[in-house]
Design a protein around this ligand. Structure first.
Ligand code: 1CP
Length: 333
């Protein structure tokens, strides 16, 4: 059994497996080399040879216990026919949302549009580099994808009131997303994903209607993944009540963000926990980094815990600090 499955399924507290959110990405010089020559980000995600190489880059350097495929949560809007571009120093920018057009897309069209992603997984499945490691597939949660599809750009400066105006549109998109996210999950599992992570990066922006935007849609996906016999990790970043979320949604493991107090959480939760460390700590110094890592590992000493961050690793992180992090986690006794 892989180290992460030991933790997730056997609830082992003897090991602390490790991987990092956004481990395949911009902090790696070898990624930046490839990126420089490939300005179209979506095309890069769909380039099987390069996507495979990028997925394995952090594994080769750091020996993490899981690879996460090089792809993006916005491949789902792309797959159902909304255009997606990534602009330099700006981030994602989505095209007009033509609901009629999106509602006409079939399962086969969608699967065709994203066939490279599934091919990437099936190529990686038997890779020597991933022996005894997990291969993580992922999706954006319905809420986070709804936000990008309607707002069309990152909501990092908040959502305008007008976002919520068209309730019918919102319900239609949530229905559409439930259907296609499930198809994307099923396709990834069939192609070789051994774990699914659901990223709800903007869950912290939900201020009301939690059943509609957070609990019901996520529970629907979690049950779907579990029925396919694969563990599912949820990351509802920024929500105020992780205990309530976990009780209602009951994923196989919960990834906490860096605002969660791990000590109080552990008293109320008995499912495996992942993550927590503030990625900004990797921008400080080695001494502080070790101290903060040991804090998490000591708190989770007797709890099934997969080491990870409280959000994705920052592009400005120095590779040297990541080596230090991995060594500290591996040497913890
Ligand atoms: O190692 C990995 O995790 C690589 C695969 C991966 C994953 C899991 C990428 C590659 N993106 C994601 C998930 C993702 N994408 C999330 C959820 C996780 C999180 O919150 O960090 C989100 C919100 C996105 C959307 C997205 N894609 C953003 C954020 C924009 C915003 O609203 O602030 C950005 C910058 C991207 C582009 C992207 N995706 C991945 C990479 C390496 C990059 C950077 C590309 C570049 O500019 O070179």
């Amino acid at each position: 059994m892989t180290p992460i499955k030991e933790c997730l399924i056997n609830k082992s507290t003897k090991i602390n497996p490790i991987w990092l959110m956004r481990q395949a990405g911009r902090y790696l010089p070898e990624f930046r080399e490839i990126r420089k020559l490939n300005p179209d980000f979506i095309r890069l995600c769909l380039n099987q040879t390069l996507a495979e190489e990028i997925t394995l880059q952090p594994i080769k350097r750091f020996g993490f216990d899981a690879a996460i495929i090089f792809s993006d949560i916005l491949m789902i809007p792309y797959g159902i026919g909304q255009s997606v571009q990534f602009k330099k120093n700006f981030g994602p920018s989505l095209g007009d949302l033509e609901l009629d057009k999106l509602q006409n897309i079939t399962k086969d069209d969608f699967t065709d549009n994203l066939s490279s992603v599934y091919k990437l997984l099936s190529n990686l499945k038997n890779s020597k580099a991933l022996e005894n490691k997990d291969l993580i597939g992922f999706v954006g949660a319905p809420w986070t994808l709804l936000v990008y599809m309607v707002n069309k750009v990152s909501p990092k400066n908040g959502l305008p009131d007008v976002f919520f105006k068209d309730e019918i549109l919102i319900s239609e998109i949530l229905n559409l997303l439930d259907r296609f996210i499930k198809i994307h999950i099923e396709n990834q599992i069939k192609a070789g994903a051994t774990i699914i992570q659901i990223f709800d990066s903007w869950a912290g922006l939900i201020k009301s209607d939690f059943d509609k935007f957070l609990y019901n849609p996520t529970l629907s996906l979690v049950n779907y993944v579990k029925n396919l016999g694969v563990p599912v990790i949820c990351f509802p970043r920024g929500i105020s009540d992780y205990v309530k979320f976990t009780k209602i949604v009951n994923p196989s493991m919960i990834n906490i963000d860096y605002n969660v107090d791990p000590e109080s959480l552990i008293k109320s939760l008995d499912i495996p926990i992942q993550g927590g460390l503030d990625p900004k700590i990797l921008l400080s110094n080695k001494e502080n980094l070790k101290k903060q890592i040991n804090k998490y590992l000591n708190i989770f000493k007797d709890h099934p815990y997969v080491f990870n961050l409280g959000h994705g690793i920052l592009p400005e992180t120095e590779v040297d600090m990541v080596y230090e992090l991995v060594e500290t986690v591996r040497n913890f006794k």
